[in-house]
Design a protein around this ligand. Structure first.
Ligand code: E9O
Length: 603
C-alpha cells in the first residue's frame, strides 16, 4: 500500500484537527444519518484517553464515535478520491453522509476506501464508530467480560494481556488523496546488490489500474538525478557504482513510476528506497556483508497527552537522542509504528526490527488461566480461537505496508508468546512460512522469547533466524541480586550458543524499573544506581559471547500501563523518563555505545 503524498498528479487533504467525539453508552442508538449528538471535541490524530478530564471517558471500554465535516474543491471532484486512515484502534465502522463505506478490524495498520460515490457537493459528514475492545480474536489479546451497572446498563471490560495502556482512537493521520482514474496502486522494490561489483539489480513490480498504455520506471539518485530507467510493470534496472544504505549513513534512491497514456503522464508516484543486503550467516547478522551489532531499544509510541497518537516532534527527538548515544536500532515493540516513523528511520539510517501486534499470546495463546485447571483442558484449544487469523492478517498487512523500507532488517512475528508450550510449533510454523513467502526482500524472521522459553523448553527455536531474548535476571528473577544474575545470564547464553552455534543471539529486552531521582548508596532496586549496575553487569556478559550480536534494552522511555501493584503511573524501565529526560544510566550507555562500532564488534 502506497504512503499518501502529493505528486504532480495527486492532491492530499489532511483531516487532522478537531473532531466531534462521544463515548457510546449503548442506551440510545446512534442515528448515523444525523450529526452526532454531542458538543465534545477532541484532536485527531491522538488517542482519546488523555485528552479528557473525565476518568469515565479515559477508562471507557467499548464503542465511541468521531465526526468531522469536510469539503472537496470542485476541480478535484472528477478525480478518484480515497479516504485513508493511518490507523483506527482497534476496530472501525466508517460512514460518509450517513452511509457505511467501510469496516476494518486491526488497529495498527492503514486502510482506505474510495469515496466518490458517497460525496456531496459540500459539507460532507464523516462519522467513525470505533471499538477499543480486545478478546482472543484480536491482536493484541485481551480478556473480555461484561457486567451490569446499578441501572441495569451493560458494562464492558477488557483486561489487557500486555504491559501497556490500551490507548485507542484515531491515533494516526486521516487523509484524503486524489488520483487520476488510471492510477498506480502499489510499487514493490527489491534491490539485489552485488557487493564486490558495487552494483545492484533493482527489481520493481508495479500494480496499476485503469486505462493506460505503458509504465515507465526511473531511478533517481539522492540528488534527484536520473540513474537508469525502463519500461514495464515488472522490470529489473541496474545501478552501477551503487551508493549503499548503511546504518546511520543512509542513502536513498527514488523509484519514480509514471503511468503513460497517449504520450502523457496520467499518474506519477515516487517511492524512496535504499540499497542494502541483509543476511544471517555463521552466527552473525550481516548488513552489506559486514557483521552488524545492534545497539538500541525496545520502544513504545507513548507520550503525554497524545497517548499512542502520532507525535512527530517526539519521533524526531527520540531518533536524535538515540544517535547522540551511539545507538543504531530499535524494535517496534509491540505493534507496527506509524508510517511516518518508518520513513524517518529510512532517512536517518536507523535499523528497525519490525514487530506485529502479537503480544499477550501467553498461557497457551491467551486462554483464560482457569482453563489450565479444568479437567477437559486440551493443549490445542487455541486452534478454535481466532487469534491465528488475526495474526496472519497483521503479518500480511505489516509486510505489505513496510516491504520497501530499507530500515527494516528483520520481522518480529511475536513478543513473548508461550513458545514453550505443546502446540506452539504447530501454531507458529505456518505464520513464519507466511512471512517468509510474503516478504519480497526475504528478510530474517524472529520472535522475542520470554524467560520460560529457554534452550531446554522452547519448542520453536528452529523457526527463527536470530535468537531474540527478553531477559530479566536480577529484576523479575532474583530481584536485586546481580551476582546470581550475572551467572544466570552467562550460563544461559553459553547454553544457547553451544546448542545453536549458527544462530546469532541478541537481547531484545532487559531492564530494571527505575524511579528518576531515586538514589541509593546501597544500589537498591528502583534506584538509578541499581539501573546502572544492572546494565554494567549485562554488558560484561554480552562481551564474552562471540555470537551475541546486539543489545536492545527495555525501554527507551518510561511508558503508561494499566494499573497494577508493580506499576506506579506506568512502567519505569525507561532510561529516559516519559518526558525524555535522561536517567543517570544514559551517560554510561552513551560511553559504551559510542565505543562499540556498528560493524565488526565481535570479530
Ligand atoms: C514485555 C514488555 O512489554 N516484557 C515484559 C516487560 C516488563 O517490563 C513489558 O513491559 O514487564 C517483561 C516480561 C518478564 C517476564 C518474566 C517472567 C519470569 C517468570 C519466571
Amino acid at each position: 500500500m502506497l504512503y499518501p503524498t502529493t505528486t504532480p498528479t495527486r492532491a492530499l487533504l489532511d483531516l487532522s484537527g478537531l473532531w466531534k467525539f462521544m463515548i457510546d453508552e449503548e442506551v440510545t442508538p446512534i442515528d448515523v444519518t444525523k450529526p452526532l449528538p454531542t458538543d465534545e471535541v477532541l484532536a485527531v490524530p491522538a488517542s482519546f484517553n488523555d485528552q479528557t478530564a473525565s476518568q469515565k471517558i479515559r477508562d471507557h471500554s467499548g464503542y465511541f464515535w468521531y465526526e468531522t465535516n469536510f469539503d472537496i474543491a470542485k476541480p478535484l471532484r472528477s478525480q478518484r478520491l480515497v479516504l485513508r486512515f493511518g490507523s483506527a484502534t482497534h476496530e472501525a465502522w466508517v460512514y460518509l453522509n450517513g452511509q457505511e463505506i467501510t469496516h476494518y478490524k486491526g488497529g495498527f495498520t492503514p486502510f482506505e476506501v474510495e469515496i466518490n460515490d458517497y460525496l456531496q457537493a459540500s459539507n460532507n459528514r464523516l462519522t467513525v464508530k470505533l471499538s477499543n475492545l480486545l478478546d482472543y480474536s484480536t491482536l493484541p489479546v485481551g480478556h473480555y467480560s461484561e457486567s451490569k451497572d446499578e441501572n441495569g446498563h451493560l458494562v464492558r471490560k477488557v483486561d489487557e494481556n500486555f504491559d501497556f495502556f490500551n490507548y485507542a482512537g484515531l491515533q494516526r493521520p486521516v487523509k484524503i488523496y486524489s488520483t487520476p482514474q488510471a492510477h498506480i496502486d502499489d510499487i514493490t522494490v527489491v534491490p539485489d546488490v552485488d557487493l564486490a561489483a558495487k552494483s545492484a539489480n533493482v527489481h520493481t513490480t508495479i500494480k496499476a489500474a485503469g486505462d493506460f498504455d505503458e509504465v515507465k520506471v526511473t531511478i533517481l539518485d539522492q540528488a534527484g538525478k536520473e540513474v537508469v530507467s525502463g519500461e514495464g510493470t515488472d522490470e529489473v534496472l541496474t545501478i552501477s557504482n551503487v551508493n549503499l544504505w548503511q546504518p546511520l549513513n543512509a542513502y536513498l534512491y527514488t523509484a519514480k513510476v509514471d503511468l503513460i497514456k497517449n504520450g502523457d503522464v496520467e499518474d506519477t508516484y515516487s517511492e524512496p528506497f535504499g540499497v542494502r543486503k541483509i543476511a544471517v550467516q555463521n552466527g552473525q547478522f550481516l548488513i552489506n556483508g559486514e557483521p552488524f551489532y545492534f545497539k538500541g531499544f525496545g520502544k513504545h509510541e507513548d507520550t503525554y497527552v497524545h497517548g499512542r497518537g502520532f507525535n512527530e516532534p517526539v519521533n524526531v527527538l527520540d531518533i536524535n537522542l538515540m544517535k547522540d548515544m551511539g545507538a543504531n536500532s530499535f524494535r517496534t515493540s509491540h505493534y507496527p509504528y506509524s508510517e511516518e516513523m518508518m520513513r524517518l528511520c529510512d532517512r536517518e539510517g536507523i535499523v528497525v526490527i519490525d514487530e506485529t501486534t502479537a503480544v499477550g499470546l501467553m498461557v497457551t495463546f491467551g486462554f483464560d488461566v482457569s482453563m489450565l485447571e479444568s479437567d477437559d483442558y486440551e493443549d490445542d484449544t487455541w486452534k478454535e480461537l481466532k487469534t491465528a487469523e488475526a495474526h496472519k492478517q497483521v503479518i500480511r498487512e505489516l509486510i505489505d505496508r513496510d516491504k520497501n523500507h530499507a530500515s527494516v532488517v528483520m520481522w518480529s512475528i511475536a513478543n513473548e508468546a508461550a513458545t514453550f508450550s505443546k502446540g506452539a510449533h504447530d501454531y507458529f510454523k505456518p505464520l513464519f512460512d507466511e512471512a517468509r513467502e510474503l516478504d519480497p526482500q526475504k528478510r530474517p524472521c524472529t520472535y522475542t522469547s520470554i524467560m520460560m522459553a529457554n534452550p531446554k523448553t522452547d519448542e520453536c527455536i528452529d523457526l527463527v533466524d536470530v535468537i531474540a531474548l527478553n531477559r530479566y535476571y536480577g529484576w523479575y528473577i532474583g530481584n536485586g541480586d546481580l551476582k546470581t544474575a550475572e551467572t544466570s545470564t552467562r550460563d544461559e547464553l553459553k547454553e544457547y550458543q553451544a546448542k545453536f552455534p549458527d544462530k546469532p543471539i541478541m537481547y531484545t529486552e532487559y531492564g530494571a524499573d527505575t524511579v528518576a531521582g531515586l538514589h541509593s548508596k546501597y544500589g537498591e532496586p528502583f534506584s538509578e544506581e541499581f539501573q546502572e549496575d544492572y546494565y554494567r553487569m549485562s554488558s560484561k556478559v554480552f562481551d564474552e559471547i562471540p555470537n551475541f550480536v546486539g543489545e536492545q534494552l527495555w525501554n527507551f522511555a518510561d511508558f503508561q500501563t494499566k494499573f497494577g501493584i508493580q506499576r506506579v503511573q506506568g512502567n519505569k524501565k525507561g532510561i529516559f523518563t516519559r518526558a525524555r529526560e535522561p536517567k543517570m544510566v544514559v551517560r554510561y550507555l552513551k560511553d559504551r555505545w559510542t565505543n562499540i562500532p556498528n560493524f565488526g564488534y565481535k570479530t
